[in-house]
Design a protein around this ligand. Structure first.
Ligand code: SF4
Length: 631
């Protein structure tokens, strides 16, 4: 049977701080009709593996050992001209960022037709008809009319659908898909995953799926390999991996996932970060983060030992994969690691502490946001666009309202309108009553005071932090503007306490944003929001760009802060697991309107509208612990 095999692959990158050993002796085998998932945190080598086997490494990277075989033929030894026919012809590729796959100066129709011209006998009208067919299959509406659109005329989700159509157009035997649905909302993600499953059934497509989303893996993959610091640390059938993960890292990753089952309790957060691959490792690479590490673990690198259903790289397992190699049995379930923030004395169930019945802290009525149409003598005037249409919602003190819905449903615009970030750019009407004042009508000094009480945290902390300023300056800046009653000494004391409160060391205050990881930058953004003692924080997808372990740290922090300071959150997200974990109430948005709203349990377990039912049905889910045991 046709197979894609990787054996003993080693990749190195020349970097400023020396040689980075990005992939270290990696093995995997993928047959047609199967899905093999490569999972792990950012920086562990997943994407580099995809680039290496397609021979698309960056200029500073090279394969220094190993084989990549397609039906026995060594791809690493092929002349580049033949390799070009393999790419897109026998192995398709989809990457997370569709802009890298699309040519900005070619129409999307021409780009799909070009793939067909290079790899199939189709030409002319037949090729255009096939291009329309593929674009329709990946869910691009009105595909025939859109063939002459350029990439800039498409949304991010539409561009990704075109990139997937291009990758599949020549009907390859294998598809290497690196986070193919991460940029898509859940309904579109479900549609693309269904398409890939159909192709596997119809044509025996083999899929190497690279993702950090374990729920997607559970729904798609037959085999799973977990990578850590450039190595595979566990490989198993998907059933075995989710039923009984063996490596401590695998167990912690699964425990870090938010969901209804973890509600009211801290999530297991993996301490520390993925290590730099620029140095040499003496022992187990996971040891600094492992809650089962012992002296034996750093004596030498653990080997990947076979288990009954795969292999695991950990000294807790004997050569036959049975626990107990060094006389220390692994615990059946690793104890949760607390978030790296000082103990706030939080009750196990923060919900008991908050006031559910009191008057709402924020009460929004008939919020409408309209963008006036633009035009001029050189082009026809576009009509006004109403992106938020008579939205009403309320949030009690110390509670969380999750605003969910597909991309473009108006969630972010609603959040920005409430904190007056659309001033001068859109027409905002309605009422947003907060502590007796209408937030939408505030001006001057009253608006300044409101900015201290209502803060916003964005998805991308890097874009929201000034790269030139040190963290201490950034945190103090808000205090100078919004808490003028504090003198310099009081400001410094508050900033020092805050940075510790969000789990960063005091020396972080003297560093700039680029010196931090994504999760640390999000902590800085949260510290900045907290500096001015807000009563309400609008959190706009604050964890969607983060790995699950970092997401767990941030969610723990937000939950602790709510318990400690009774902060209310308007939590904008498309992640239903996060909603189940953190939200007291849920409002579902669709095309600028609230489709359905109510207590989180009601909306999530007994959705009333067909749209909410469809939205929830599209969410990929991990089997719960009970279901895993039954598998
Ligand atoms: Fe943890 Fe030791 Fe196993 Fe590494 S070898 S994962 S440190 S128990």
């Amino acid at each position: 049977m046709t197979a894609l095999e990787v054996r003993d692959l080693r990749v190195e990158l020349d970097a400023d701080d020396g040689v980075v050993r990005a992939i270290d002796r990696l093995d995997l085998a993928l047959r047609r009709g199967e899905t093999f998932a490569l999972v792990g945190e950012s920086g562990c080598g997943k994407s580099m593996t995809a680039l290496a086997l397609m021979r698309l490494l960056p200029d500073n990277g090279q394969v220094v050992g190993g084989r990549v075989r397609l039906d026995g033929e060594d791809l690493l030894a092929l002349p580049e001209a033949r390799m070009r026919r393999v790419r897109g012809g026998r192995i398709g590729m989809v990457f997370q960022e569709p802009s890298t796959a699309l040519d900005p100066v070619m129409t999307i129709g021409d780009q799909v037709v070009e793939c067909l011209r290079v790899h199939t006998p189709l030409r002319g009208a037949a090729a255009r008809a096939r291009a329309v067919d593929w674009l329709e299959r990946v869910g691009l509406t009105d595909a025939a009319r859109r063939l002459d659109d350029y990439p800039f005329q498409l949304s991010g989700g539409q561009k990704q659908r075109v990139a997937i159509a291009m990758a599949l157009a020549a009907e390859p035997d294998f598809l290497v898909a690196d986070e193919p649905t991460t940029a898509l909302d859940v309904t579109l993600q479900a549609q693309v995953l269904d398409l890939l499953r159909d192709l596997q059934r119809e044509r025996g497509l083999g899929l190497l799926l690279i993702t950090h989303d374990l729920a997607v893996v559970a729904g798609m993959a037959q085999h799973v390999a977990l990578m850590y610091a450039g190595q595979i640390v566990e490989v198993a059938s998907a059933d075995a991996f989710f039923r009984a993960p063996r490596h401590p890292y695998a167990r912690l990753l699964l425990q870090a996932l938010p969901g209804a089952g973890a509600r009211g309790q801290p999530l297991a957060a993996i301490r520390g970060t993925v290590p730099s691959l620029a140095g040499r490792f003496e022992g187990c690479r996971f040891a600094p983060r492992c809650d089962q590490a012992m002296a034996h673990c750093t004596a030498g690198p653990p080997a990947l030992v076979a288990t009954g259903e795969g292999a695991v790289r950990c000294v807790l397992y004997r050569e036959d994969g049975v626990p107990g190699a060094v006389g220390v049995a692994p615990v059946a379930r690793a104890a949760p690691v607390p978030a790296a923030v000082p103990d706030a004395g939080v009750d196990a169930d923060a919900d008991a502490d908050v006031d559910a019945a009191g008057p709402p802290l924020l009460d929004v009525r008939d919020l409408t946001v309209r963008y006036p149409g633009r035009g001029g003598w050189w082009r026809a005037r576009r009509p006004d666009a109403t992106v938020v249409d008579r939205v009403s919602l309320s949030i009690p003190l110390g509670r969380t309202l999750a605003l969910v819905g597909e991309s473009g449903s108006g969630k972010t615009t609603t959040g920005k309108a409430i904190v007056q970030l659309l001033r001068g750019r859109a027409e905002v009407t309605g009422v947003a009553r907060f502590e007796g004042q209408d937030l939408l009508r505030l001006e001057g000094e009253a608006l300044r005071r409101m900015r201290a009480a209502v803060q916003i945290v964005f998805q991308d902390p890097y874009a929201s932090l000034d790269p030139r300023r040190r963290v201490g300056e950034t945190l103090e800046e808000g205090l100078v503007a919004l808490r003028p009653e504090l003198d310099a000494e009081a400001r410094r004391a508050r900033v020092a306490a805050l940075i510790e409160r969000v789990g960063l060391r005091p020396d972080a205050l003297g560093r700039r944003p680029h010196e931090f990881s994504g999760g640390q930058r999000q902590r800085i953004a949260i510290a900045r929001a907290l500096a001015v003692s807000p009563r309400l924080i609008v959190c706009d997808e604050p964890t969607s760009a983060l790995d699950v372990s970092v997401q767990a740290q941030i969610l723990n922090l937000l939950r602790e802060l709510q318990s400690e300071f009774r902060v209310s959150y308007l939590f904008i997200t498309h992640n239903i697991g996060v909603v189940e974990y953190i939200a007291h109430h849920v409002a579902v948005m669709r095309q600028g309107r609230i489709e359905e709203a109510g207590p989180a349990d009601d909306v999530l377990s007994r959705p009333r509208t067909a749209y909410t039912q469809r939205l929830l049905a599209s969410v990929p889910r991990l089997p719960g612990p009970g279901e895993r045991e039954q598998q």
